[in-house]
Design a binder for this molecule. Structure first.
Ligand SMILES: *[C@@H]1O[C@H](CO)[C@@H](O)[C@H](O)[C@H]1NC(C)=O
Ligand SMILES: *[C@@H]1O[C@H](CO)[C@@H](O)[C@H](O)[C@H]1NC(C)=O
Ligand SMILES: *[C@@H]1O[C@H](CO)[C@@H](O)[C@H](O)[C@H]1NC(C)=O
Ligand SMILES: *[C@@H]1O[C@H](CO)[C@@H](O)[C@H](O)[C@H]1NC(C)=O
Ligand SMILES: *[C@@H]1O[C@H](CO)[C@@H](O)[C@H](O)[C@H]1NC(C)=O
Ligand SMILES: *[C@@H]1O[C@H](CO)[C@@H](O)[C@H](O)[C@H]1NC(C)=O
Ligand SMILES: *[C@@H]1O[C@H](CO)[C@@H](O)[C@H](O)[C@H]1NC(C)=O
Ligand SMILES: *[C@@H]1O[C@H](CO)[C@@H](O)[C@H](O)[C@H]1NC(C)=O
Ligand SMILES: *[C@@H]1O[C@H](CO)[C@@H](O)[C@H](O)[C@H]1NC(C)=O
Length: 890
């Protein structure tokens, strides 16, 4: 008997299998239109999709003769040919009519605001309607893109529009005496009920006293954010059939409290259900999460918070995706938390296991929130999680796996926001905030990620390009740390450590000794904590020698490899400006490192976000000189070049004499071993805000990458602010961009720490800024060596000292007005006239001025968590990607 003889058998099988299969299959769009506007023939894009050229397309409701077709005059780096390079331009109203099936569709619009023949793209303003909805009104693609951070060349806006009949019309209407343009149009259907439709399914309307909100199919949506929380970027081809892109959420997490991220284990099986079918979100979204962390008392004291810039005066749909996949959590009331949206309780008691029905079962919840229009056209939307303890759950924790935010059309059927303000040429005067503080209403929230304001703005084409690069370069075995992740205890990892450590150079401690020295890891002894674990102060040798004891949290990404690198590097290096490793302990599943104690904490702790008094200028210079010598030694002093790779202000520690020491060698690398080799190829690691753009672009590591990061530190020291502050006006978000601009326009005053007023001789600060600027040049070859940096910094110190001596006569200070003086002084011929750099190995002592002596609240005693050796802000590739999306933007 064959099936062919019994057609009913097919039917039988279909009817039986269909319901169970549908829960597990990807979605196959019934409508999929990819239109490469202005192209004359079909072309394949970089992600392997086939785009129609629209020259001969059948999608016109207006005579195409009324429009123009041009190729962009320039292909900016990373702009892909398809669909960005060609455009169709309209000087009068123009309609595309797409035949589609009735139902909701994704409409994705691709814009590349470049020069097309003699059309000045900055003069393009237009409106766009999709059937009876207004998607754009007097929209300027060039203003929109100029406000994006990081800057970009080509961007996408994504909408969800329901077609009522078999037609979806897109009508472009140029503003008076202007023109419209479009590079690509993508229409993809979706399951009817994907985004909260249907009157049987009211959504929680946050802040409306329990009134339900019905989101029906007459509502059009614009995608603002779609994040893979705790995970990496997911490109369209890896979505569940609808080609949505999901981005790493790191840059949206508020206040540097990043919580922790369990390591991804590919063997997690996500159990999709009928309520949450497989097309809802990819396994990679549900299989990664961000949670508060393993320390419950820390968790009780903060909210895990994300914030997003949105257009005021609209209602937003916030979809939160959850999937509790941590093996230990299988029952209700183990992890219970409260969800706040915009400071209001959206969900008092969220128990994901209870909602979803088990471990590894995905579940999502939709919330609707109204963002009233205030004084600014952009407002913040906050999402915060906090453990809910009233029910006495087993663990004080909270987590999130994915998040989507959509704008809903207003009563007039419009989704259009206003254009961003044109970017002014010169930066306005804004005081530098000393402390990262978040106000309720922010002036301009520039999101460093990929979305700015009303624009879902990622070019997935660019994305795919970078993503593939990233994947190619990921070292095999990055995920070797497969020990099952335990959220609430230190995981076992010693089984996988096979250390062959140099016990002759580095002492191996017994766990008992470590416990004794820290009073069994007493809370009183904690001096720092971060993604890697916790740092304790301890005393060894019968309590006579203070040490810093770093206990690695096995859930940290630092892991065994970094533990090992740190020991191997540090045990072989001895230098007065490198922090000394005294020993380690790898007993009892613990990874512990013992360092010399640095009484004055990290350099960052004396610059910003601190209760410590500001450091005087000369002391800052001396600290920079010390750190520069440490790095110089790394680059030249050992047998092979050692590249630190994570130079930042929180990795420069200060001892009780204020001598600077470079720390954290967890990701350092030995440089090229032969003369002919000039770089090592490696996957990109480093910290957000400090990463050398050329290193990222070329994936080739040289010691000049450390020079770049050190340049960022120098600017931090000068300005007492963080390298990236996302909520500042956009020209100031990135310290390096802003500092360069000020340096170029001779307005350095704007970035100098106001606390240095009167303390700093302009001639010295100019010299200092010049060094810093040379360190952060785009091209590694233009950057000085660390040896040059040491020398120049010493010169800056000399200038300061001379200026102080001559302060009455004003001799040198007067030169500061003439920028050229400084420049001339450092031509290499003059070097001989100046004191030689001191011997690297000489002990470096600092002189204290009276003001510093009184300046003494240690990072330890203030109760402020020292951020020493944090690696929590070390970037993962996603953030690197965002930061360097446009390497030319700098
Ligand atoms: C689309 O445009 C065509 C031509 O202008 C018109 O006949 C049709 O009714 C429109 N369809 C919708 C759904 O607006
Ligand atoms: C369109 O926007 C530009 C700049 O935002 C503005 O100058 C212009 O007046 C606007 N035009 C219309 C018709 O609203
Ligand atoms: C899609 O995911 C697979 C498996 O995770 C990965 O190998 C591939 O590179 C991804 N494709 C893109 C374009 O990101
Ligand atoms: C968490 O957020 C809520 C709502 O904004 C607030 O009431 C609460 O005080 C916050 N808790 C902490 C510990 O910050
Ligand atoms: C606020 O919204 C109302 C209606 O939605 C509008 O009339 C008003 O101009 C808006 N105010 C501001 C400051 O944008
Ligand atoms: C658009 O048209 C549909 C069908 O005619 C209608 O139900 C909906 O209310 C309209 N929306 C707006 C904003 O006019
Ligand atoms: C959050 O709500 C509390 C209590 O209502 C209020 O004091 C606080 O200012 C609000 N915070 C923000 C950011 O709106
Ligand atoms: C959690 O952090 C607190 C300090 O906030 C500390 O006292 C306690 O020892 C930590 N607990 C663990 C298990 O690390
Ligand atoms: C720096 O270290 C010295 C010596 O331990 C100490 O007296 C001083 O209080 C510390 N200052 C700060 C700001 O931590």
């Amino acid at each position: 008997m064959s099936l062919g003889d019994h057609p009913w058998l097919y039917l039988f099988l279909l009817l039986h299998l269909l319901p169970s299969i549908t829960g597990f299959l990807q979605y196959i769009p019934t409508d999929l239109i990819l239109l490469d506007c202005g192209a004359s023939s079909s072309m394949t894009s970089q992600d392997g999709r086939n785009w129609y050229g629209d020259a001969h397309s059948k999608f016109y409701a207006t005579n195409p003769e009324t429009s123009f077709v041009f190729t962009a005059s320039e292909q900016k780096p990373s702009v892909t040919q398809v669909p960005c390079m060609t455009a169709r331009i309209f000087q009068s109203k123009f309609t595309y009519a797409f035949p589609v099936s009735p139902g909701p569709k994704f409409v994705r619009l691709y814009f590349y605001p470049a020069t097309y023949s003699n059309f000045d793209i900055s003069k393009s303003f237009f409106s766009l309607n999709a059937n009876n909805y207004t998607l754009l009104k007097n929209f300027s693609a060039s203003l929109t893109i100029s406000a994006m951070k990081p800057s970009k060349a080509c961007f996408i806006k994504e909408y969800i529009v329901t077609a009522w009949e078999n037609q979806l019309n897109l009508t472009f209407s140029p503003s008076p005496s202007s023109f419209a343009f479009i590079n690509g149009i993508e229409i993809v259907s979706m399951p009817n009920n994907l985004y909260g439709r249907g009157n049987d399914n009211p959504l929680t309307y946050v802040g409306s006293d329990g009134n339900p909100f019905y989101l029906d199919s007459t509502t059009a949506l614009e995608t603002f954010y779609r994040l893979n929380v705790g995970g990496e970027d997911i490109s369209g081809v890896n979505d569940t059939g609808m080609h949505r892109t999901w981005l790493d959420d790191t840059v949206y997490v508020f206040g540097g409290q990043l919580g922790s991220i369990p390591s991804y284990t590919p063997d997690i099986k996500i159990k999709y259900t009928r309520k949450t079918p497989a097309y809802t979100a990819p396994e990679l979204v549900y299989g990664t999460m961000r949670l508060m962390g393993s320390n419950q008392s820390v968790n009780l004291n903060y909210n895990l918070t994300w914030y997003f810039s949105v257009d005021a005066g609209f209602t937003y749909l916030v979809r939160l995706h959850f999937c509790q996949f941590i093996p230990e959590v299988t029952l209700p009331n183990q992890v219970v938390f409260t969800i706040f949206i915009n400071n209001q309780t959206a969900e008092a008691i969220a128990d994901v296991i209870l909602w979803a029905g088990g471990n590894s079962v995905p579940f999502y919840k939709d919330y609707v929130v109204w963002i009233p229009n205030g004084s600014q056209s952009k407002q913040d939307l906050w999402v915060a999680l906090h453990p809910y303890m009233e029910q006495k759950p087993e663990h004080a924790n909270a987590f999130l796996n994915g998040l989507e935010i959509f704008k809903l059309n207003n009563s007039g059927g419009s989704l259009a926001g206003s254009n961003p303000e044109p970017v002014s040429a010169s930066p306005e005067q804004h005081p530098v905030p000393k402390i990262m503080k978040h106000k309720g209403s922010l002036q301009v929230v520039v999101v460093i990620g990929v979305v700015f304001g009303g624009t879902f703005a990622l070019s997935s084409i660019l994305w795919v390009f970078f993503h593939q690069r990233k994947r190619e370069l990921r070292e095999p075995g990055t995920r070797e740390h497969k020990s099952s992740w335990r959220p609430f205890s230190y995981a076992s990892s010693s089984a996988t450590i096979a250390l062959s450590l140099p016990t002759d150079l580095c002492r191996k401690f017994k766990m008992a000794e470590i416990r004794a020295s820290t009073r069994n890891f007493d809370d009183e002894n904690v001096i720092g904590s971060g993604g890697f674990g916790t740092v304790y102060k301890g005393y060894i040798e019968n309590g006579s020698i203070p040490v810093a004891i770093k206990r690695l949290d096995s859930s940290s990404r630092q892991g065994i490899r970094e533990f090992r690198t740190e020991i191997e590097m540090l045990s072989r290096l001895r230098h007065v400006h490198l922090v000394s490793l005294i020993g380690y302990c790898d007993e009892q599943d613990d990874m512990i490192l013992v360092y010399e104690f640095m009484a004055n904490g990290t350099l960052r702790d004396h610059l910003y976000k601190t209760k410590n008094p500001p450091l005087p200028w000369k002391q800052r210079l001396e600290i920079c000189i010390g750190a520069a010598r440490g790095l110089h030694y790394l680059h030249t002093g050992a047998k092979h070049i050692i590249i630190h790779r994570d130079v930042k202000s929180s990795n420069i520690l200060l001892d009780s004499n204020w001598a600077a020491k470079v720390s954290d060698f967890g990701i350092s690398k030995t440089g090229p071993t032969s003369e002919s080799q000039t770089h090592v190829s490696t996957n990109v690691r480093g910290s957000f805000g400090y990463l050398d753009p050329e290193y990222y672009r070329r994936q080739q590591l040289t010691e000049k990458s450390d020079v770049y990061s050190f340049g960022v530190v120098l600017f931090e020291v000068l300005s007492a602010r963080a390298p990236v502050i996302s909520y500042l006006p956009k020209e100031q978000v990135n310290l390096i961009d802003w500092a360069r601009n000020c340096y170029r326009t001779g307005t350095l005053d704007q970035i100098i720490d106001p606390q240095l007023k009167g303390d700093i001789a302009p001639v010295s600060s100019n010299k200092f800024a010049e060094i810093a600027e040379s360190c952060v040049r785009d091209q590694a070859i233009e950057r000085p060596t660390m040896g040059d940096v040491v020398w120049s910094l010493e010169f800056a110190l000399q200038l300061q000292e001379t200026a102080e001596k001559n302060v009455n006569t004003g001799d040198i200070l007067s030169y500061s007005q003439k920028g050229s003086f400084v420049h001339e002084m450092i031509t290499s011929d003059d070097k001989a006239l100046l004191p030689k750099a001191e011997n690297d190995d000489e002990v470096f002592t600092c002189k204290f001025s009276s003001s510093q002596k009184s300046a003494s609240s240690s990072a330890v005693s203030t109760g402020e968590r020292s951020s020493g050796n944090y690696d929590s802000d070390r970037v993962r590739s996603g953030a690197v990607f965002s930061e360097l999306m446009n390497p030319h933007g700098r």
